[in-house]
Design a protein around this ligand. Structure first.
Ligand SMILES: C[S@@+](CC[C@H](N)C(=O)[O-])C[C@H]1O[C@@H](n2cnc3c(N)ncnc32)[C@H](O)[C@@H]1O
Length: 324
């Protein structure tokens, strides 16, 4: 389970307590409908302080969980990578800064670029009591993503749940702008077919621009998935607080946030031979793994049997999203 840090969770509760629950749930309903539509935004989607609080209450725990899972995987692939600086583009209330600081204690200077003043205000208030200095001292810059500006100058550049809000015509320009950074670039989108297709296009563009995939792909070759037939995505499980449950009118004590992602860097990382791209199917005496491999592309239903000893034990412990 990807649990929010205590300091973030209690600051979030205090912020949500400033708004009447019916107003928050109204905003949650409007925002969920809007995000489900998935169209690019011609104006900011977060239009009031209640919207911003509602976003932080019902989406930030999930985007934090997804970004944390992505960055933790990237960190495990590149153990020598110790970023000191981060720029989070379209950072909203700062989920990716909290996640990056939790993954890399080396981070010293984080900057959030965001267009909505209310999101910056709330993000700053949440960060003010953070125990991690990189979060507490983060710089918040109000502005629009500008692909004509100099490329982001940071060791780590994050763009989480933003590509889908950008107009189709500027998305490729923004990816080119991000790729101009010397740092590692992490792009995260909802784990829907549309989110995957945006990541697929961005990944192809990053590779074309000389980047190497750190995760999730075990290779820099073309993605072997046929769009429209399937989509590459992963999941992070997170607990739902009582208030979170009330905001979403949900009963389960947890949810699975599905996400698609790519992390790319200028140097070639050490990659696993394969990535597990579905829940392993665990049978008596054998496990079936759906893999994306560096040698043969998609390889569904690879059987690992008890006779394979250590491999079998590893397969029993393996999870969707793990390297193999
Ligand atoms: C879905 S929210 C994601 C927020 C945050 N990155 C997260 O993962 O929780 C998208 C954010 O991107 C911001 N955004 C969208 N287009 C932008 C642009 N052109 N320039 C700056 N910010 C933008 C929105 O205001 C919003 O805060």
């Amino acid at each position: 389970m990807a649990v929010l840090p205590d300091d973030l969770s209690s600051a979030l509760d205090d912020e949500l307590a400033r708004h009447p629950l019916p107003r928050l749930t109204q905003s949650v309903d409007r925002l969920s409908t809007r995000y489900r539509q998935g169209d690019a935004a011609t104006s900011p989607i977060l239009t009031s302080d209640v919207d911003v609080a509602a976003y932080a209450g019902y989406r930030m725990p999930a985007t934090y969980a997804a970004v944390h899972a992505v960055l933790a995987e990237a960190a495990s692939r590149a153990p020598g990578f110790e970023p000191r600086t981060q720029i989070d583009v379209g950072g909203g209330t700062g989920a990716a800064v909290w996640a990056a600081a939790a993954v890399w204690p080396s981070l010293a200077k984080c900057t959030v670029l965001e267009q909505v003043a209310g999101a910056i205000g709330l993000g700053k208030r949440l960060a003010a009591g953070a125990s991690l200095p990189a979060v507490r001292d983060a710089q918040w810059r109000r502005g629009l993503v500008d692909p004509a500006a100099p490329a982001p100058d940071a060791d780590l550049v994050t763009l989480s749940y933003v590509l889908g809000e950008l107009p189709d015509a500027t998305r490729a320009d923004v990816v080119r702008w991000l790729a101009g950074s010397a740092g590692t670039v992490a792009l995260i989108e909802p784990g829907t077919p549309a989110g995957y297709e945006r990541i697929r296009a961005a990944r192809a563009q990053l590779i074309e621009l000389g980047r190497h995939v750190v995760a999730p792909c075990p290779h820099d070759a073309a993605c072997p998935i046929v769009p429209g037939e399937d989509w590459c995505h992963f999941a992070a499980r997170l607990p739902r607080s009582g208030l979170h449950r009330r905001l979403k009118a949900a009963t389960l004590g947890f949810e699975d946030e599905k996400f698609a992602y790519v992390v790319a860097s200028r140097s070639e990382p050490e990659r696993p031979a394969a990535r597990i791209i579905r829940h392993p199917k665990k049978h008596k005496g054998w496990v079936a793994l759906d893999l994306c491999t560096s040698s043969d592309g998609l390889t569904p239903g690879v059987a690992v049997s008890k006779k394979q000893g250590a491999q079998y034990r590893a397969a029993r412990d393996a999870e969707w999203g793990d390297g193999w």
